[in-house]
Design a protein around this ligand. Sequence first.
Ligand code: HEM
Length: 217
Amino acid sequence: MGRPRSRAQELDPDNVEARTEWLAAKVMGRWRSGASLVLAPHRDDPDLARPGVCNHFRYEDPLDPDSDGQRCPIASHVRRSNPRDSRSGSREDSEKVISRHRIIRRGRSYGTPLSHADARAGRDDGVTRGLYFICLQASIARGFELIQQAWLSNPGFHGLANEPDPIMGNGDGTGHLTIPAEPLRLRLANVPVTVTVAGGGYFFLPSLTALARIARG
Ligand code: HEM
């Protein structure tokens, strides 16, 4: 039962680009197209990134669970920023708890992607690039701050040991990353800092009801 598991050793050792994409997907929890690793464990499948499909998955689906993260690592960004039915307790309890911390989020990237060759060589091509992270929620403490502190930055998230979010890191590049696999997991030590914060702000956005009341005077 269950989908076949993803194994690093099944990748062609000479195809560095494919191995790089595989590692990037394991770090994020989604492939470049947006397809989830739960649905597409081995390779990117843009068909599974379509609206209406890309979010139709659970980590603890009774017929097809990924409890140990063999497909989508527990430490990956997408799995820990929205653990869905896998946080703790029953699947229903987890979804109830998670629903209290949901945010409406949009990431907007700018700049051209760094080439594989430059990335692997650790070379800066001088181009400015990054991501605008924008999210809306009723409570910043229960939304953005809880997700960031309790799930993303937490090195002990869901039984992990010294594993902060692999893209956010802990600021000094001493965090580890475990990629579960059979027969042996892959444990990457001292994941380097790849993302730095350039700035940020909290803004108050009045609700439509509040705007209507202000308009009425
Ligand atoms: C360090 C900078 C960050 C980068 C580069 C980043 C990047 C990404 C990317 C590429 C995705 C997957 C694309 C998608 O599903 O739209 C994603 C998903 C997500 N991120 Fe981040 N992110 C960052 C920080 C954060 C922070 C600080 C939070 C919240 C406090 C957050 C919350 C989320 C959520 C909730 C998802 C969706 C998870 C899901 O699909 O179930 N991210 N992020």
